[in-house]
Design a protein around this ligand. Structure first.
Ligand SMILES: N[C@@H](Cc1c[nH]cn1)C(=O)NCC(=O)O
Length: 448
């Protein structure tokens, strides 16, 4: 376990995930070209992304169940095939309907990938390594966005729509070859228990009834969406049009977002492996940080100062790696035979919250504009702030759900003899220990 072969298998899985994130985000950088190609307006184009995310979210449970039954390799392979077909379809499509069919295939293939790559970890690595590797999987995968924004966008500009999307399809074809050649479910061939539909239903129900799975779901729900919404759709127009940040400054803030995610991921992974009883406390701390920064930005008189916007970006960026803690709940509270199923349940949370927030912000902006409350600017600062405040409602609901489920989790743990001491007590004990260590040091100094 954990030898060279394990790193190669996991590394290949991560490359497949990075390629999936490239396919996921490639349409986002082709908005202007898509408007021309399909002669479509903004709302028609938004259907492409909504359909893709809906398919992704809807497939999480079936995929989670499947990965436990057929293993991750086959699903990573099938995911790459679907994404290659989807991008070919998009490359050749000339109508909105045909284009959406392409994105639907991409969403389906994407849905198969992440859960399957996480499922490789417990088969190949010791459990103490998994929190950091989970974080690294997320971080490296997110670099797929950079592939979309830099080489893909350049190819789109230079060679046009069909060439760019056919090349993206080529990347997924490469993932197919790599998956066939390198990825194996486990170091040794393992007999897979034959599970019928009834057993699958039972396993799904067991994963859902496990409060640790639901703690993961709500953790993912609460801290993943604010960053996703900001980066995928509303962040740039908010910074530039509402807060008056110049485009170069806005791009720098978006880059800071990626950098903070990369630096903080491994740190959070280490925290999780050292303090497994304080994982939800970290999730709640990140959620409070995001809510606090948003409140300060939204309540600022006039445009928010740059230092405050920078702080907001840092808090939002922590949400990505913070949401990976959710998968650790799925893994540690479920037997490995149900891990895929539990991971699928958890992964729905952030994507549902993101869809609700993205749509809600758009609707609020439209309503305020239609009622004449935004003057002649859809993105007026006052209106955008009201719309962005909608996220605080979702954050509060998520945090409340975490607190409620956590109580059940801790009660169950106490029944099994694991008591989580209140944070107050732990901090007081730690202060006393430090005081004692200091006074011991002073006494030793005096007697020397
Ligand atoms: N939390 C994200 C991944 C992530 C890690 N760091 C920033 N974002 C997640 O849930 N990913 C699922 C997926 O399919 O990408």
């Amino acid at each position: 376990m954990g030898g060279r072969r394990a790193w190669v298998v996991w590394g290949t899985g991560v490359v497949a995930y990075l390629i999936a994130v490239t396919q996921r985000t490639s349409f986002g950088v082709a908005g202007l070209e898509a408007t021309e190609r399909y002669s479509a307006g903004a709302s028609a184009l938004s259907i492409f992304t909504v359909v893709q995310l809906l398919v992704y979210a809807a497939l999480q449970i079936p995929v989670g169940v499947l990965v436990d039954r057929v293993g991750p390799r086959l699903l990573i392979l099938a995911g790459a095939v679907l994404m290659a077909l989807g991008q070919v379809q998009l490359a050749l499509s000339e109508t909105v309907g045909a284009g959406i069919a392409g994105r639907l295939l991409v969403g389906a293939g994407d849905a198969l990938t992440f859960i399957s790559v996480l499922r490789l970890l417990p088969a190949w690595f010791e459990s103490r390594r998994i929190p950091v590797l989970t974080q690294l999987t997320g971080i490296i995968g997110q670099l797929g966005q950079v592939v979309s924004v830099v080489p893909f966008a350049a190819l789109l500009g230079a060679a046009g729509w069909s060439t760019a999307f056919l090349s993206a399809a080529g990347l997924s074809a490469l993932a197919v070859v790599l998956a066939v050649a390198v990825i194996r479910d486990a170091p040794q061939r393992q007999p897979r228990a034959k599970t019928g539909l009834r057993q699958t239903g039972i396993s799904l129900a067991q994963a859902w009834r496990q409060p640790g799975t639901r703690l993961g779901l709500w953790s993912h729900f609460t801290v993943q969406f604010p960053g996703t919404v900001f980066v995928l759709i509303w962040g740039y127009p908010y910074l530039v049009r509402a807060e008056g940040v110049d485009p170069v400054g806005a791009s720098a803030l978006m880059t800071l977002f990626v950098a903070v995610g990369i630096v903080s991921g491994p740190m959070l992974g280490l925290y999780v492996s050292r303090h497994p009883l304080r994982r939800s406390t970290m999730v709640l701390a990140i959620a409070s940080g995001i809510a606090g920064c948003w409140l300060a930005v939204l309540l600022a008189s006039g445009p928010a100062p740059l230092w405050l916007l920078t702080l907001l970006i840092v808090a939002l960026a922590l949400g990505g790696p913070g949401s990976m803690i959710a998968f650790d709940f799925a893994r540690t509270f479920n037997p490995s035979s149900r891990m895929g199923t539990a991971t699928g349940i958890v992964n729905i949370g952030g994507f549902v919250a993101s869809l609700v927030a993205m749509y809600g912000i758009g609707v609020i902006l439209d309503v305020l504009y239609a009622r004449g409350l935004s003057g002649d600017d859809l993105y007026a600062l006052g209106s955008f702030r009201i719309a962005m405040a909608f996220q605080l409602v979702i954050l509060a609901a998520g945090a409340a759900a975490i607190l409620i489920v956590r109580r059940t989790v801790r009660r169950r743990m106490a029944e099994q003899g694991v008591v989580v001491p209140p944070l107050r007590e732990v901090l007081a004990r730690e202060r006393a220990r430090r005081r004692a260590a200091r006074s011991e040091g002073t006494n030793e100094g005096n007697s020397a």
